[in-house]
Write a protein that binds this ligand. Structure first.
Ligand code: ZN
Ligand code: ZN
Length: 411
C-alpha cells in the first residue's frame, strides 16, 4: 500500500499544528536514526513554511542501551557541556522543538536503575533552562511518534515484523486523524475547539477537590489549588505562538494541590518508563506524598522513579480522558505513554505545568510552589481510567458535581 500521502499529511500536521512553525524560526528535531526518512519529511514541511534552519538531535536505542551497559561509571554523573548548551541555547531563543518518540519499550531492561537515576539527575541539572522553559511553554514543543519494528512487535505480539509495522501505522494514523485526504490540519483545528469547550466548562465550576473511585480499588481524593486552570488542546508559547504539545491529545488537565492528595490509586494500564515496563502499580498517598508504592512487575524501577527528588513522590498533573474516546476505543495497549495516556484518565507524579495556575507562566519556581504546584526534575504519567471510574467534583461553594460516571464525562 502506498502511504506517501499520509506520511506527508502527518509531517505537515506536526509542523503546522503541532508546532505552528513561524517564518524565520529555528526547528530542533529529536529523532531516532531509524526514522531519519520521516525527519526529512518534517524538515521539508518546516522549510515550506519559512523555517530558518532545521537542526537534528539524533537518538538511537541500540547505542543508548550499549552506553548504559558498557560506558564508564562516571559517565552517568555528568552531561557534556556542549549537549547542555545545544538544548538550553535553542530553548532560550524560542526555537520550535519536535520530539519523535519511538523506542523499544524494554530497551533498558536489565540496566542498573542507579545509572538511570544518576543520569536523569545530572541531565536535569545541566538542562535546567531547557526543562523549565518547556514546562512554562517558553518555546513551542511537540511530541509525536512513528512506528519502529522493536516497538511494533510489542504492541502487536504474534504478528511478524512487517505486519506489526503496518498495523501500528494504521493505529497511529487513526489516532492522529490522518487519512491521506490532506485535511488533517483542519480536522485538528476542529478537535482543538471541541477540547476547549470542555476546558471552559470545567474552569467555570471552580472545583475544590475531586474524588476518584472504581472497582480496581481506587479511592482517592485530589484537592486542587485555588486559581487552578484546566487546559487542553493547544497552548500558547511566550510569544503567543499557538502549539499542540502532544499529537495525539485527547486530555483535559490541570495541576493538583501538591500536599492535597490522599487515599489509594490503582493504575489501569502498564507503564513504560525509561526503557522498562512496570505493571500493576498502586500508590497510597498521605498529605500529597506517596507513602507506599507497589508494582507486580518493575517495582524497583518504580521506586527509583519516585525517589529522584522530593517532588517525584507527589502529583503534578490530573488529566481527564473519556473511556469512550477514539484512542481508547482502539483497545490497543501501545506501550508508549503518548498514546496510552490519551486512552485513559491519568495522573502524573513530578513536575506540574505552570499554565495550570492563573498567571503561572510568569511566576518564579518559588511562587509556583507557594501557589501549591509541585516541583520536580521528573514528570511521569500513569493511567488510572477504567470503564467504571467515577469522579465526583466538589466546588468551592459546596456543590457536588458528577464529573465522570462509568468512565465518561458526565458534564
Ligand atoms: Zn497528561
Ligand atoms: Zn503528563
Amino acid at each position: 500500500m502506498d502511504m506517501t500521502n499520509q506520511f506527508q499529511e502527518y509531517a505537515r500536521l506536526l509542523i503546522e499544528v503541532g508546532l505552528n512553525v513561524q517564518k524565520g524560526q529555528d526547528l530542533v528535531i529529536a529523532c531516532p536514526v531509524e526514522c531519519a526518512w520521516f525527519a526529512r519529511l518534517c524538515a521539508a514541511a518546516a522549510y515550506d513554511v519559512g523555517c530558518r534552519e532545521v537542526v537534528m538531535n539524533w537518538r538511537d536505542d541500540a547505542l543508548n542501551r550499549m552506553k548504559y551497559l558498557r560506558a564508564a561509571d562516571e559517565v552517568f554523573d555528568a552531561t557534556p557541556a556542549w549537549q547542555a548548551e545545544f538544548l538550553n541555547g535553542y530553548a532560550r531563543k524560542g526555537a520550535a522543538y519536535l520530539s519523535v518518540s519511538a523506542s523499544d519499550p524494554e530497551n533498558l531492561k536489565g540496566v542498573d536503575p542507579d545509572r538511570l537515576v544518576r543520569q536523569q539527575r545530572a541531565g536535569s541539572a545541566a538542562l535546567a533552562d531547557f526543562h523549565r522553559l518547556q514546562m512554562n511553554n517558553g518555546f513551542p514543543w511537540c511530541v509525536a511518534s512513528i512506528p519502529i519494528p522493536s516497538w511494533a512487535v510489542k504492541a502487536f505480539p504474534g504478528c511478524g515484523e512487517a505486519e506489526a509495522m503496518e498495523k501500528l501505522w494504521g493505529a497511529i494514523f487513526e489516532a492522529v486523524r490522518v487519512t491521506g485526504d490532506g485535511q488533517a490540519v483542519s480536522r485538528w483545528q476542529e478537535h482543538v475547539d471541541t477540547l476547549q469547550k470542555r476546558v471552559d466548562t470545567l474552569n467555570s465550576l471552580n472545583l475544590e477537590r475531586l474524588h476518584y473511585t472504581n472497582s480496581l480499588g481506587t479511592d482517592l481524593t485530589i484537592r486542587l489549588p485555588e486559581g487552578h486552570v484546566w487546559s487542553g488542546g493547544d497552548g500558547a508559547a511566550a510569544t503567543g505562538q499557538r502549539f499542540v504539545a502532544n499529537i495525539p491529545t485527547e486530555e483535559i488537565f490541570t495541576a493538583p494541590l501538591r500536599d492535597g492528595v490522599d487515599g489509594v490509586v490503582y493504575a489501569s494500564l502498564p507503564l513504560v518508563h525509561d526503557g522498562n515496563i512496570i505493571k500493576g502499580i498502586r500508590f497510597t498517598f498521605r498529605d500529597g506524598r506517596i507513602v507506599e508504592a507497589q508494582a507486580d512487575e518493575g517495582e524497583e524501577q518504580l521506586k527509583a522513579a519516585i525517589s529522584l527528588d522530593e517532588g517525584a513522590a507527589r502529583l503534578g498533573e490530573v488529566a481527564l480522558v473519556p473511556y469512550d474516546s477514539p484512542i481508547s476505543n482502539q483497545r490497543l495497549l501501545y506501550y508508549n505513554t503518548l498514546f496510552d495516556e490519551n486512552a485513559s484518565c491519568h495522573l502524573a507524579f513530578g513536575q506540574a505545568y505552570a499554565e495550570c495556575i492563573r498567571g503561572g507562566e510568569k511566576m518564579s519556581k518559588e511562587e509556583l510552589l507557594s501557589a501549591g504546584l509541585n516541583d520536580s526534575i521528573t514528570h511521569v504519567d500513569f493511567m488510572v481510567g477504567t470503564a467504571d471510574l467515577s469522579i465526583t467534583g466538589y466546588t468551592r461553594d459546596g456543590r457536588e458535581v458528577p464529573i465522570f460516571v462509568n468512565g465518561n464525562f458526565a458534564l
